[in-house]
Design a protein around this ligand. Structure first.
Ligand code: EPU
Length: 410
């Protein structure tokens, strides 16, 4: 199982904090890694990507730039991950404001409030955030308003360059946050509470570049598990870490799937037809919002009705209208979605609105009669390496084609 998109991007940014060569292994061959590599190069790093072996070498110079341009930030919202490391290393950062995206407005107030408490002055002009701490950052005691993944990562990395101790409460506990903290600890940062909601970081210590293996991608793992559960197929997922997916696995078992842990990962066997299952998305260890489209797609063909509640991103139900084009019986009311399963979906052209929605629409296409064209699959490339090829390897009839959209939509 390749490394997690939502970990590797932050590990790449964290490498900025120490001159020398950081080596990352188990790096996924995805578009977002290429864009983050470009951003690091513009900041002055040399980045060598050996995708065949999943190895990434980042050589950080003694002198770094501190500006993340809009042309990259608009393509990779996760560019904001360089904010904390640049503040730790340089005490200054100019980052294009990422703005909202297809899944919601995506605020930054928790990141910025924490940085201000550390002594940074944050201003915004011309579409850029400028953060500077001319007198250096200082350690703080701070309770995050919400266990935001990005804000936890910004503040943990900024704290690495702050004088004294930082104690952060109500932190995100996602495995990708823990992976970042583990790498920081290996670099020489005294950090406690990894994997819990309270992290303490002692700043201003000597750091050394490290070699680190990226945690396997639990959302890609979950995607293959849902594919098996929806199609009545069987998938062996090598390198998966089922303990990072306890709730999705329990939910799939409730839907009728059989899941076994194997010495190298896990095996998932789908039922003839799944039973409808409810889900409520919440920060880890709750049900991940990044598998919400997948569970709605499963419920769309399941026996019975289910209620799926989205608590993280206000616009993540946008894709439901596309699923309805395939014949799904779905009703959205605020942040709830009621799905009543139908025995078969019916193939049609649909638009992938974001990475997870597009992947879930492909899974829905596998169980739809006739041909389903999923448009805008470039979203899938952001986080899944050769998605169509991997599905074909599992026996699915999926092809990636370049088409004139007019030929598809008629
Ligand atoms: N939020 C604020 N203010 C803040 C920070 C967050 O209001 O200062 C809100 C956001 O607007 C959102 C919610 O809090 O409504 C959750 O945001 P969070 O910061 O936890 O998410 P993120 O860091 O922006 C990461 C992943 C997402 C994943 C979420 C939740 C990366 C690059 N992205 O986003 O992944 O859904 O955590 O687990 O790590 C994806 O891979 O498809 C994806 C969207």
């Amino acid at each position: 199982m390749p490394g997690a998109k939502n970990s590797v991007l932050k590990l790449m940014a964290a490498a900025l904090m120490v001159p020398g060569t950081t080596i990352l292994r188990n790096v996924p061959d995805i578009a977002d890694v290429a864009i983050m590599s470009e951003l690091l190069r513009r900041l002055g790093c040399e980045v060598v990507l050996d995708l065949a072996d999943g190895v990434l070498l980042i050589t950080v110079p003694g002198q770094l730039e501190h500006r993340a341009d809009y042309d990259l930030v608009r393509r990779l919202r996760a560019s904001i991950a360089v904010l904390g490391p640049l503040m730790a290393r340089l005490g200054e950062a100019d980052i294009a404001v990422p703005g909202g995206d297809a899944i919601g407005s995506r605020g930054l107030d928790i990141h910025l409030r924490g940085l201000e408490l550390m002594g940074a002055v944050v201003t915004s002009a011309g579409g850029y955030l400028h953060a500077a701490a001319p007198a250096g950052l200082r350690g703080i005691d701070y309770e995050l308003d919400f266990p935001s993944v990005g804000a936890t990562e910004t503040l943990v990395t900024a704290a690495v360059g702050a004088r004294g101790l930082t104690r952060l409460e109500n932190c995100a506990r996602e495995p990708e946050v823990a992976d970042l903290c583990t790498m920081l600890a290996a670099m020489g940062v005294p950090i406690t509470g990894i994997g819990t909601d309270t992290l303490t970081i002692e700043g201003d210590h000597a750091l050394a570049p490290v070699e680190h293996v990226v945690v396997p991608d639990r959302i890609v793992t979950g995607t293959w598990a849902f594919a098996a559960a929806m199609t009545g197929g069987e998938v062996i997922i090598d390198g998966a870490r089922p303990e990072l997916l306890s709730l999705p696995c329990a939910t799939l078992c409730e839907a009728g799937a059989h899941i076994e842990t194997t010495p190298t990962g896990m095996r998932v066997r789908g039922p003839a037809r799944p039973r409808a299952v409810d889900a409520v998305t919440l920060p880890f260890p709750g049900f991940p919002t990044d598998l919400q489209p997948h569970i709605i797609a499963l419920d769309a063909i399941a026996e019975g009705s289910a209620l799926v509640t989205e608590n993280l991103f206000e616009a993540r139900f946008r894709f439901v209208a596309e699923l309805a084009r395939l014949g799904a019986n779905v009703k959205v009311d605020g942040h709830h979605c009621l799905i009543t399963g139908v025995p078969r979906l019916s193939g049609a052209p649909v638009e992938g609105t974001d990475i997870r929605a597009a992947a879930a629409l492909v899974l829905a296409g596998l169980v739809a009669d006739g041909v389903t064209h999923v448009l805008h699959v470039h979203h899938i490339d952001r986080g899944y390496a050769d998605f169509a090829g991997a599905l074909r390897g599992l026996g699915a009839d999926v092809e990636r084609v370049t088409v004139d959209i007019a030929d598809v939509v008629g």
